[in-house]
Write a protein that binds this ligand. Structure first.
Ligand code: NAP
Ligand code: MG
Length: 480
């Protein structure tokens, strides 16, 4: 509980010390629609102090034994799991999501530390004879250096651990800048890492009300060598352009717009279960959320009827209440956005098969909504939805389904439902996305490479690939 009490004071964590600042940011409980805490807002100068602290700690941390870094991460994994209930409660308070979703996030988020504690000792180089025979080619992997980690509000714990775990395992020091909507979980995480034995300055956390000023300042400071960003495609593009000023290494995990293809031979029990997870996990506020349901015409009526029934049976309400499966949306304006998407589809001839309305607050609640007969021109088919709204359209041939699935600028994840693995895998191969779920609605796993194609981003997080994002290759030509 110590870590929570410390962090709830809402101060910056810089160079191993908790630092106050004059300006405060309210933290809103989306389930109640009002502030329940406040945190200090770091000035751009304080953010630069955090960069300086990470820089000062960089050499010593890079020189620690990989096993030592591994054991810090392993310890942090255990500390998070020991306090899983408290973490889950805090995540629900600041993000509005249902407690079951928060608990799933705690397990997933902590697992990145266990995974990267195992990967910390696996940064291999190579040794070979030059083709000419005249010398030796020696390669090794070295930490890229001070890394700036910028994370979104929808997974306050897991988006942090996924980056910090890899960076620390690789021997990098970091500045984490979480989203201002959900800063408290990151501050507790800082306290946990300190308790796990991570030296001062290796992990710094700054919360700021002016990220559009502070983040560019840090990125162009010269001491920062890497940006790992998770968030919207629009902000990501802007930061990618800025990263060119210092030629920063970048990992960009951006928006999605996942197609969910249901083939004629799909097991509809499996498909509906997967659809519920892919659509309603986190209330639909996930980059991996199924966005476009593309269903074979012969099974669409049956699939939609069962999907609507399942959606209607989910409890919507305050995330901490028992029996709640879908919590609040993050802000009132996000909910307005959802209602706008529903109205747009409705106006273009779609049918509202279930839901469609907001639920009286004070929190930002919306009924899980199924839209049938949605055409590809509808905004909900083009834009990332980020809420519990499921648009359905039909296809007749597999070629049509694949063309429709690929007809967007992003490509994070796709889902394919078919009992014929040959068909499912051949479709998976043709989909322009970094990840595909076959007969399942969740793909995220710390042991697997997570990331997107096209405008969904660059690089991978998790898996062995996640470690490599924080390592530079050194080649030494050796004559003897
Ligand atoms: P966002 O608005 O892009 O914000 C992400 C982060 O960037 C936050 O820390 C935010 O800080 C910061 N930021 C915003 N504007 C900035 C600017 N002009 N300069 C520098 N930093 C800036 O995204 P979000 O609304 O938090 O999250 C939703 C988006 O994240 C969705 O598009 C979703 O698909 C994506 N996402 C992707 C993945 C993935 O792995 N691919 C995972 C989760 C979410 P402040 O808000 O505090 O200003
Ligand atoms: Mg935002």
């Amino acid at each position: 509980m110590q870590a929570f009490e410390r962090a709830m004071r809402g101060e910056q964590f810089i160079a191993g010390a908790w630092t106050a600042s004059d300006e405060r940011i309210d933290v809103v409980d989306p389930g109640l629609g009002r502030a329940f805490a406040a945190v200090a807002s770091a000035s751009a100068d304080q953010c630069i102090e955090a960069v300086a602290a990470a820089d000062a700690a960089a050499q010593a941390w890079a020189a620690t034994a990989p096993r030592q870094r591994a054991e810090c991460l392993r310890k942090a994994f255990e500390l998070i799991m020991e306090q899983a209930d408290d973490f889950a409660r805090l995540i629900t308070l600041e993000s509005g999501k249902a407690l079951a979703d928060s608990m799933a996030e705690v397990r997933y988020g902590a697992e990145f530390f266990r995974w990267f504690s195992e990967e910390a000792c696996r940064a291999y180089g190579s040794h070979s004879i030059a083709p000419s025979g005249g010398y030796r080619i020696l390669t090794s992997l070295q930490p890229v250096g001070v890394s700036l980690l910028v994370t979104p509000w929808n997974f306050p714990l897991a988006m942090g651990t996924r980056k910090i775990g890899a960076a620390l395992a690789a021997g990098c020091t970091v500045v984490l800048k979480p989203a201002k909507e959900t800063p408290l979980t990151s501050l507790v995480l800082a306290a946990v890492l300190e308790q796990a034995g991570v030296p001062a300055g290796v992990v710094n956390v700054v919360v700021t009300a002016s990220s559009s000023v502070a983040v560019p300042r840090m990125m162009t400071d010269g001491r920062v060598r890497k940006l790992s960003f998770t968030g919207s495609t629009s902000v990501g593009k802007h930061l990618l352009a800025l990263a060119s000023e210092r030629v920063l290494r970048t990992s960009m995990e951006l928006g999605g717009n996942a197609p969910f293809i249901v083939c004629a031979d799909a097991d509809l029990d499996v498909a509906v279960e997967a659809a519920m997870l892919a659509k309603l996990r986190n209330g639909g506020q996930a980059c991996t959320a199924a966005n476009r349901f593309i269903v074979h015409a012969s099974v669409e009526a049956e699939f939609s009827a069962r999907f609507a029934q399942a959606m209607e049976s989910v409890g919507v309400g305050y995330g901490l209440n028992p029996g709640v499966g879908v919590g609040a949306l993050i802000t009132a304006s996000e909910r307005e956005g959802m209602l706008g998407l529903i109205a747009d589809a409705d106006g273009r001839g779609a049918d509202v098969a279930c839901g469609g309305k907001s639920i009286d607050g004070p929190g930002f609640f919306l009924q899980p909504t199924l839209l049938r007969n949605v055409t590809p021109e509808c905004r909900c088919f083009v834009e990332e939805i980020f809420g519990p709204v499921a648009p359905v359209t039909t296809f007749d041939t597999v070629d049509e389904a694949v063309a429709l699935a690929n007809a967007v600028d992003v490509g994070l994840v796709s889902y394919v439902m078919s009992q014929n693995q040959r068909l499912a895998l051949s479709i998976a191969e043709r989909l322009e996305s970094g990840m595909v779920g076959v007969n399942r609605g969740v793909v995220s796993d710390p042991a697997a490479p997570f990331g997107g194609w096209k405008e969904s981003g660059l690089g991978r997080e998790g898996g062995h690939e996640g470690l490599l994002e924080y390592l530079e290759t050194k080649y030494v030509a050796v004559s003897w």
